[in-house]
Write a protein that binds this ligand. Sequence first.
Ligand code: SAH
Length: 226
Amino acid sequence: MRIDILSAVPDLMHSSFNHSIMKRAIAANHVEVNLINLRDYAIEGKAKQIDDYAFGGGAGMVLMIEPIDKCISQLKSERNYDEVIYMSPDGELLTQKTCNQLSLLKNIIILCGHYKGVDDRVRQHLITREISIGDYVLSGGELPAAVLSDAIIRLLPGVLNDETSALSDSFQDNLLAPPVYTRPAEYKGWGVPSVLMSGHTANIEKWRHEQSVERTKLRRPDLFGL
Ligand code: SAH
């Protein structure tokens, strides 16, 4: 899979792709992530300008269509893209189901807004899908793009060491994950459920499933019956 992320401040995303699971996924060629600086497509002779005041007035700058269009057009001339996604608080709410679907695609572009957002003509003519990571507003689309990419990349085959690991995470099958424990078996008198120490695989699986159901009923009853 290839993910091209277009941003006015790509440095904001470096650390999330340069550590741990994301770093290993990229090093092992499970995914190629390109952080593209929109300033490299700035309007000639205008001091790398990529934003301007909003027509009609009001506070806040707006990312201009021209650099974004130039960048997307160049990428599209090099390969086909399955989706051109804009991160936006008014987009569809990101879910595990969406991540599962997107993880099957080959090439995607993710556009990060900044300041007040992007010229709406970008959304009308260049974007195929708009995604929000929650009902709150961040300063830019960089953290949302990193969130979306991480959620997709960890689903790609071979990225997680244990193949079943992503499948047993919360929200797969509309169930939350069961509790997990590690050594020591007792800490300050606080123990660990004995079934986990029993070595009895079937009982452990049964316990985990029951815990998942209990947790989901208690914390997210809305997930049942979807
Ligand atoms: N004026 C816009 C918010 C702009 S915030 C509005 O009220 O809707 C600046 C940029 O941050 C947005 O263009 C978007 O790319 C990103 N962003 C902010 N919050 C986000 C969220 N919850 N999900 C996805 N992207 C978000």
